[in-house]
Design a binder for this molecule. Structure first.
Ligand code: CTP
Length: 400
């Protein structure tokens, strides 16, 4: 379930160069689970095509009062469209559109829909810096605020004119996060960063071969999804996997070896509130990785191995307020081994997986977990999908 599941968002696009970013905007809103319909001003079509937007939104895109491609023109019902929406977003909102909105002018479909709307309206202004700072524009924005419109701030930086300053449209991901905040004002991990390691690591024997394991990354990716659904900004550091991220609040850093995963973890760990080590990190790596492919004729009787760095133990040693959760994958003396890891690695909780259970483990989509908290309280959970396991785990982490 996305953070905007069940929501209907009407995107109004007016004719400014920032319109080229609206396909990304549509895609992200859709990724959050909302239904999107798009209405454009005629000039917006010079900057982005209706076909692109219709494909991404999976809905027809409207820009005229009537559908003229039929023998009997059909009225594009602006009132119905306006009443359909739970939220109307106008992005980019040009100076012209903003001023028409203030004055109640109705010379295109977008404006007609706006004037007919009863839902909350957000505008993301976009224009050149002098236009933006012009008193007329400032007065228009103030007027819109007084009508109850949510005016999003503009960004600062390079503008299409070549000038530099205030006037850039807010970036699509920021706009989406404003909308998400609007519909979900009290998400438990809002404003917090969560780091998750996932997947296997591959330790090179030579440029062709490696030592790895069967981890699929499914559990780590499910945890990332649930953390993002709780409002967190997620940094997902994953070894090689076929899993895909589906949430715009997840930043995926792909790594291959334990050493690369460690480098990435060290960079992000100080900034996060919660860190979860779900990766099946290789415990050993070849002492020397051959620069060239080892030829068959050379023979290979043994591969000298050395330990990899214990990433979770490092995080336990360098804790500065983070909640630290580890996983324990055991085949015997499960509880005892997991409790030992909890204390030895200075964790706040540990999730025990047993490979004895046929429906738990690496490649399957289900898991049977046992959660052990810092007081060594043990809670066993039934077999669940990995996504439900992730929800259970966050339920434990966020337990009051
Ligand atoms: N872990 C890690 N870095 C390593 C090894 C493990 O961060 N080099 C983390 C795993 O992500 C997991 C936890 O440590 O959260 C325990 O991993 P597990 O493989 O169960 O145990 P190990 O500590 O490797 O010990 P052993 O293999 O002896 O059971």
């Amino acid at each position: 379930m996305g953070l905007l599941s069940g929501k209907k968002i009407l995107l109004g696009i007016s004719g400014g160069i920032a319109a080229y970013k609206t396909p990304f905007l549509v895609r992200q809103i859709v990724q959050h689970g909302a239904e999107v319909k798009v209405v454009m001003t005629p000039s917006a079509k010079d900057f982005v095509t209706p076909l692109t937007l219709a494909t991404l939104s999976k809905n027809p895109v409207l820009s005229t009062f009537t559908a003229t491609d039929l023998d009997n023109p059909v009225w594009n019902d602006h009132v119905e469209l306006a009443l359909w929406a739970d939220l109307m977003l106008i992005a980019p909102a040009t100076s012209n559109t903003l001023s028409s909105m203030v004055q109640g002018r109705c010379n295109n479909l977008l404006l007609a829909v706006y004037l007919s709307s009863k839902c909350p309206v957000f505008v993301a202004p976009a224009m050149d810096l002098d236009m933006y700072s012009h008193p007329s524009n400032k007065r228009n924005l103030e007027a819109l605020v007084s009508y109850g419109t949510n005016v999003l701030p503009v960004g600062e930086g390079f503008l299409a004119s070549g000038l530099e300053g205030k006037g850039r449209m807010m970036e699509p991901e920021e706009i989406v996060s404003k909308i998400v905040d609007f519909f979900n004002p009290s998400l438990p991990l809002k404003g917090k960063k969560v780091l998750i390691t996932a997947g296997p690591t591959y330790e090179a024997i030579d440029p062709v071969r490696f030592i790895g394991n069967h981890a699929s990354g499914k559990m780590g990716f499910a945890l990332a999804e649930v953390a993002a659904q709780h409002g967190a900004e997620v940094i997902l550091i994953s070894g090689p996997t076929h899993e895909k991220i589906n949430h715009p609040s997840i930043l995926l850093e792909k790594v291959i070896s334990a050493e690369e995963m460690f480098t990435s973890v060290k960079k992000h760990y100080p900034q996060v509130a919660i860190a979860i080590a779900a990766a099946a990190v290789a415990d050993f790596k070849p002492k020397n990785s051959a620069k060239q492919k080892i030829k068959k004729q050379q023979g290979l009787e043994s591969i000298p191995m050395i330990p990899t760095v214990d990433i979770l133990a490092y995080m336990g040693e360098h804790k500065s307020g983070q909640f630290l959760l580890g996983f324990a994958l055991e085949t015997e003396n499960e509880l005892e081994n997991a409790k030992n890891k909890l204390t030895q690695k200075n964790l706040d909780g540990i999730v025990l997986n047993s490979l004895r259970d046929p429906e738990s483990g690496f490649t399957v989509s289900t898991n049977k977990i046992t959660y052990i908290d810092a007081n060594s309280t043990v809670k066993e959970f039934p077999l669940q999908s990995k996504l439900d396991c992730a929800k259970t785990i966050f339920g434990q982490i966020l337990k009051p």
